[in-house]
Structure formats: C-alpha cells, structure tokens
Design a protein. Structure first.
Lengths: 134, 422
C-alpha cells in the first residue's frame, strides 16, 4: 500500500501494533519501559518497543513530543509509525531526535481504507518511497 | 497549493539569522508543507511549553537553541513548569531533575521569554483581542483563547511553540482560518434543572463529555445560560481539551463567534446533533472518579491555575475550617494571582487553615505532593482525568464545597443525594 504522505523519510521492518484509539504520549507512555500507561486507553499495558506503531493519531498533552523523543533516545520507542492522519506531535518529536541524537524513524500517513487493513502482528516494511509492504 | 515564503522566511532558512533561527524556520516550514499551508502568518504572542522539563530532550533542545543564538521575536510567556520556583522547599523529586528544570527555565529566560510559569496566560494582566493571531501551547489556554476570547491559535505543542516564538511565524492552517472555526457538532442540553446550570461541577463534567464525543470537530453547545461565569467556561474548555482533541467550542448566545446557532455554524447545518440529558451527564461524572477507598489523603485544586475569582469563592469557605492533620490540601496557581492574594492580605488565612498554595506548576505532574495513598479529591475534571495515570492516584471528583468539607473531616464527604439524580 502507498502512503498518502511521508512525514519523516526512512525505512524499517517490524511487527505491527495497531492502536484502536489515539494515544497521548505524555502521561500515556512510559519512555523508560516503552509501555502504554494510560488507564483511559483500552490497550493500557502493551509495549510499543521495536514495533511498527499504527495509530489513528495523537491526543492530549502539549508535552507529548518530549515523551516520544525520550523513548526514541532510550531505544524503547517504535521502529516506525503509520498514522491515519497528519500529526504535528510525532513530526516534532522525530525531527528533534534526528537533530539531537542522530536517531530517526520513518513516519507515514495512510489516509485511505488501506489503513484499516493493517492488523496487529503482521510483519510490515516501510520502503524509501513511502510504500508499506506486507 | 504551494507554500509561498516571504524574503524574511527565506532569510531565516538561509541561516543568516543563526543556526537556531534556521532550525526553527525549517521545522515551521516542514509542518506548513505537511498541512499544505499556502503561507506563513505573523503572530503577536507565543505561549510556550518547551520550558517544562519532562525528559532529557527538553533540556538538550533548549541548549541547542541557546547555543545557536536563539532569541524570541514576539512577546513570549512560559507555561507551568515542573517545579515551583517560588517555593523550592516543596520540591520532592530528585535533585538532578530539579536542577535540569531550573536550567531549562533559565535558558528560556536567556532567549527573551517572560518567566510567567502559568497554564493560564490570560490571567497575567493582558489578553489577546478577538481575531488576533497567536501561537499558544497548553490545551486549556488554547481552547480559552479561541472560544472565550475569540483569538486565533492552534493547539501548539512544545518545541514547535518555541520555534514559532523564535521566528514569529506559523503556518496559516487550522484555527487561523475562519472556515475551520465553524461549529460542526451540536450538543443540546435537555431537561437540565436550572440549579444544575449554576453549578461549577456541571461545566467540568459537560466539558469531559464533549471532549470524549466531539473528536476533531468543533462543538457547539445550546442551552448554556448567559449568566455562565468565565471560570465555568474555562472549566468546560479545559475538561474538553484534556479528554479529547478539542481546541475550540461555541456556546450559543455566550461566546464571541456564536451569537446564534447559524453564526456558530457559518449558516450551515451541524453535521450531527447530540442531546445531553441528565443521565448522560451522570455517566460522564462517574467516569471521573476512581474511588477504591474512602480514606482521603489530599485535596488538589487549581487545574488550570486557580483564578482570583475562584479564590474569592474558596476564601470564605475556609473560614473556621482547619484541614485535618492526615490530609494535604493544595491549590495550584500562578505568581500573578499569588501576588494579588498577598495584596489583599489573604495569605495568612490560607496558612491558618492548613492549605498549601503551589505556584508555577501543577500537582498532577510536579513532585510536590506528599503521598496519595488514599483518595485525592479535586473539583477539576482535568485534574481528575490526568492524575490516575500521572500520579497513580485514586480520584474523587467533587464540588469545591465537598472538597473543603472532606478536607476538614479527613474523610470523603460527598452529598448523599447525587446532584444529578435529584
């Protein structure tokens, strides 16, 4: 499937973790463990470390970028991100880790129904042209 | 749909104004392209959260900017940080984080930011005008600016906000465009008893409910009385913005862009109409409490920062009240309101009652609280929403009066007769 928009270029290959709701990284992710810690989130307790994180978008706090950036810095973050909509928080977080720590992950948006075909556990690959392969 | 940059923007991109301004403009332009902006616009005020120490990248980025010669180009205020700089003795976190937090604020001051340290920048004596373009962070301030003041801002996130301050420019997208301020989903208050519409707690719960249901759409609310207070409107907005991605709401006959339903919806029909009846509110209210215990360990007020008018309500309630020795009672506010309390000679009565006034920060994320083993009571839906995750606290959402009564008793004392089932 083809991404509608590439937010951060790059490649990765990882197992998908599909979040059924938006995630607030601040207060919702523990960057030291990579686990979701938001009691309001139905997937509270799951680890995003090393996964290709698939989520509809972000939610909540102004301080979300530093939480995601910290998890990327500490290697507890995802290997790549697929979003259903364009998102500032994630672009800001990854732009910072690229600049500060030379650590970046690919981030793409799939605005078509293809997004809803992705299932948790599928092995996915993002290529340099923003295509997502099963 | 190609982004048109001005010579000023190009100049910053070229690095002529230094590496920090260059990185800041690159990030602004990157976001502008992603959201297909056709131009950047000037802002008159930035309110930034990058002064809040959350983790290493917070400090590393500020150091990078300061080294790169960053200076803000527009008046820039700072939001609540992670420590109380006015009362350093309250700090209970580790010393390294506290030092990093202080360093972070100092770096922002060196870039030209005003050290206001408040999530309520509209309380510091000046306010943006209707139609003014600003770049504010802090979801509760953003929703207040757009909805109650009629100023125009998107919900800017940390790091991007300081880049907006350094460049004085933001992409012309989202709520900076009039068409995106159109009301899309109508919430009609139905069968609400008149007395309930006067209760502060009603607005917190309504906001939480709207935040959960409106999603990305701009909500319009029908049925809010014209007598609603500014504190009630801001409680509504703060709760909606905590529970969902809400950045603006209209209250028909109340907020500046909603004289009528037609005006709020720009002459179009709302995409959806949701009736809000008392039973629906009761469900939303219940979701704000996690009462596994009736033992009370603390009361936390002031999210967003307690306003002077809220203190005017609290002060008489505390007369002849002494907080129970087993309970901690915190009110978070800002330096400006604290100075006003001092001016009015009210500080001794808070000391006498055993209430701790916290400045610059908020109890749901700052390590100032002494234990929350039992329940923590709050009158703020926003606090109730964040504390279970942030502090691992059991929360009881209640009215201001119930919070004070419980603090004195040392036990949760809510009205037996639920205000929504009467």
């Amino acid at each position: 499937m083809q991404a509608s928009c590439v937010l951060i270029e790059g490649t990765c290959s990882a197992e998908a973790l599909v979040l059924v709701e938006r995630l607030s990284f601040w207060g919702g992710l523990d960057p030291t463990t990579g686990r979701i810690i938001d009691p309001h989130h139905p997937q509270n307790g799951l680890s995003i470390t090393g996964r290709l994180l698939v989520l509809p978008g972000t939610r909540g706090s102004t301080s979300a970028p530093s939480t995601l950036a910290e998890s990327i810095r500490c290697n507890t973050g995802p290997k790549g991100i697929i979003l259903a909509e364009r998102d500032v928080t994630i672009v800001v977080a990854v732009s910072l880790t690229a600049k500060l720590y030379d650590k970046s992950i690919p981030v793409v948006v799939i605005e078509t129904d293809d997004y809803y075909q992705i299932r948790t556990g599928q092995k996915l690959q993002i290529d340099p042209n923003g295509r997502v392969w099963l | 749909m190609i982004l048109q940059l001005k010579p000023f923007d190009e100049n910053l991109l070229s690095g002529n104004a230094g590496p920090a301004a260059r990185f800041a403009m690159e990030l602004i332009v990157k976001i502008a392209r992603i959201f297909q902006a056709q131009r950047l616009i000037d802002i008159s005020w930035a309110h930034v959260a990058s002064c809040y120490y959350n983790a290493r990248p917070s400090l590393d980025f500020a150091e990078l900017l300061a080294r790169g010669g960053a200076k803000v180009r527009v008046p820039t205020t700072l939001t609540a940080g992670s420590i109380d700089l006015v009362h350093p003795e309250f700090q209970r976190g580790d010393a390294d984080s506290a030092a990093a937090a202080r360093r972070l604020v100092a770096l922002h001051r060196s870039m030209g930011c005003e050290v206001t340290m408040t999530c309520a920048p509209y309380q510091i004596g000046r306010r943006p005008k209707q139609g003014e373009h600003i770049a504010w962070c802090e979801s509760s301030a953003v929703v207040f600016a757009n909805s109650v003041l009629g100023a125009c801002t998107n919900r800017y996130v940390e790091f991007f906000d300081i880049c907006a301050a350094i460049t004085g420019r933001v992409p012309d997208v989202g709520l900076h465009n009039r068409e995106n301020r159109r009301g899309q989903v109508l919430f009609r208050l139905k069968d609400m008893p008149q007395w309930l519409l006067g209760e502060d707690a009603f607005y917190h719960v309504l906001g939480y409910l709207i935040g959960r249901e409106a999603d990305m759409r701009v909500p319009v609310i029908e049925g809010i009385p014209r007598t609603v207070s500014e504190d009630q409107l801001r409680a509504l907005g703060a709760a909606a913005a905590a529970a969902g991605p809400v950045s603006m709401f209209h209250a028909i006959g109340v907020t500046p862009e909603a004289a009528t339903l037609e005006a709020a919806c720009h002459g179009l029909s709302p995409e959806q109409t949701i009736d809000v009846k008392p039973a629906k509110l009761a469900t939303a209210r219940a979701a704000l409490s996690t009462p596994l215990t009736r033992e009370l360990s603390a009361v936390c007020l002031g999210s967003p920062h307690f306003s002077i008018t809220e203190f005017e309500k609290l002060t008489p309630l505390l007369e002849n009240v002494r907080v129970h020795p087993s309970v901690k009672f915190y009110v978070s506010t800002n330096r400006q309101v604290l100075a006003e309390l001092k001016e009015r000679g009210w500080l001794p009565s808070y000391q006498r009652a055993g209430v701790t006034l916290v400045a610059d920060t908020c109890t749901y994320f700052a390590p100032v609280m002494e234990g929350c083993a039992g329940a923590v009571m709050t009158n703020s839906a926003k606090w109730a929403y964040y504390a279970p995750g942030g502090l691992g606290a059991q929360v009881v959402f209640a009215s201001l009066e119930e919070c004070v009564r419980s603090a004195a008793a040392g036990k949760v004392r809510c009205d037996e007769k639920n205000w929504l089932t009467q």
